[in-house]
Design a binder for this molecule. Structure first.
Ligand code: F6P
Length: 354
């Protein structure tokens, strides 16, 4: 008998249920009554506070196309995992206690970077874990792609497409703010005339130069895709502490509004800001993610049946791969300014404001 725990932690995405379906069906189809799967409510919270339910084969049916997560999710910061809760509870010990009390063989943990760090911590504490790389940000080291990324690209791209027509009608400058505080994969993939990423600090004069160049070429409108974490060259020079200090007195809702303000003041042009925000994480998984999630979920089921733990189920060169957690936990996969996508974009005249 295999006893498996499963949870979804951190920001959600469209393909969490599709991935859990891969795990659940993969195990129930092969093991039948020789497996029990316990779903923890709202991520690590359920594991800490002993909130779970037994998931039958039926729970994994009909959820391929359903966005969100049937288990619920919450952010439990890795930084605070070693800090006792308001009642003095040791969270790590509590998670270990729940795991042992249920006599689990392993925990399947779906989540992004922070979630993965906690999964690795649990591995170091002696628990068997299998991490599945979820995030619309696609910033998990050790896998070519994460589930949720493609679905989010589709939404961000559609938002930019919609803006395209109205921007052209009014000859306006539009800033579309795309999710991604630390990395810009989603912004890069969504594309626009000017792309500003956290990894490539921008210079406002270069941005203005790129707008002017378009206008001289007879293009009356410009669309900028700006990552939530886009940063100017001056700000990039600040220490972390100095930058935090600056943000304390920040009068804009986000970097896009600051940028719009600078462009308007310096060029006199009218600028509109559009923030698709959490729509990028909402709705159904796209066809690509349905297939990817199924492969990753089934890959996890196979690893569990093989008794191989302490791993992330990633995709490397198009193939499902078991990546040791100690090799990837705590690392971010960032956009390199030399990435082929950046080079190709620059080649066709897209500006990165650098
Ligand atoms: O990590 C996924 C992500 O959607 C980021 O792109 C975004 O910056 C962040 O989560 C938003 O988090 P929250 O849902 O907590 O506002």
């Amino acid at each position: 008998m295999k006893r498996v725990g499963i949870l979804t932690s951190g920001g959600d995405c469209q393909a969490l249920n599709a991935t859990m379906r891969g795990v659940g069906k993969g195990l129930y189809n092969e093991l039948g009554s020789d497996v029990e799967i316990y779903g923890f409510e709202e991520g690590y919270k359920g594991l800490i506070y002993n909130e779970y339910r037994l998931l039958t084969a039926r729970d994994f049916s009909g959820i391929l196309t359903r966005g969100g997560t049937i288990l619920g999710s919450s952010r439990q910061s890795f930084k605070n995992m070693r800090i006792p809760d308001e009642n003095g509870l040791d969270k790590v010990e509590a998670m270990k206690h729940t795991y042992h009390k249920l006599r689990l063989d392993c925990l399947v943990i779906l989540g992004g970077n922070g979630t993965q760090k906690t999964a690795n911590l649990l591995r170091e504490e002696g628990l068997n874990v299998v991490h599945l790389p979820k995030t619309i940000d696609n910033d998990i080291y050790g896998t070519d792609v994460t589930f949720g990324f493609q679905s989010a690209i589709n939404i961000a791209t559609e938002a930019i497409d919609c803006i395209h027509t109205t921007a052209a009608s009014h000859n306006r400058i539009f800033i579309v703010e795309v999710m991604g505080h630390k990395v810009g994969w989603l912004t890069l993939a969504s594309g626009a005339d000017i792309i500003l990423l956290p990894e490539i600090p921008y210079d406002i004069d270069s941005v203005l130069g790129a707008i002017e160049k378009r206008s001289k070429a007879g293009k009356g409108f410009t669309i900028l895709a700006v990552a939530e974490g886009a940063i100017s060259k001056e700000d990039a020079k600040l220490s972390k502490k100095e930058y935090k200090e600056k943000l304390k007195n920040y009068k804009f809702p986000s970097v896009s509004y600051e940028l719009a303000d600078m462009i308007e003041k310096k060029s006199g042009a009218e600028v509109r800001v559009v923030v698709p925000g959490h729509t990028q994480r909402g709705g159904s998984p796209c066809p690509y993610d349905r297939v990817l999630s199924t492969r990753i979920g089934a890959g996890a089921a196979q690893a569990i049946m093989d008794g191989e733990y302490g791993i992330m189920i990633g995709v490397v060169n198009g193939k499902i791969k078991r990546v040791p957690l100690e090799e990837c936990a705590g690392k971010l996969k960032m956009v390199s300014p030399k990435d082929q996508l950046v080079v190709a974009a620059k080649q066709i005249g897209i500006s990165f404001g650098d």
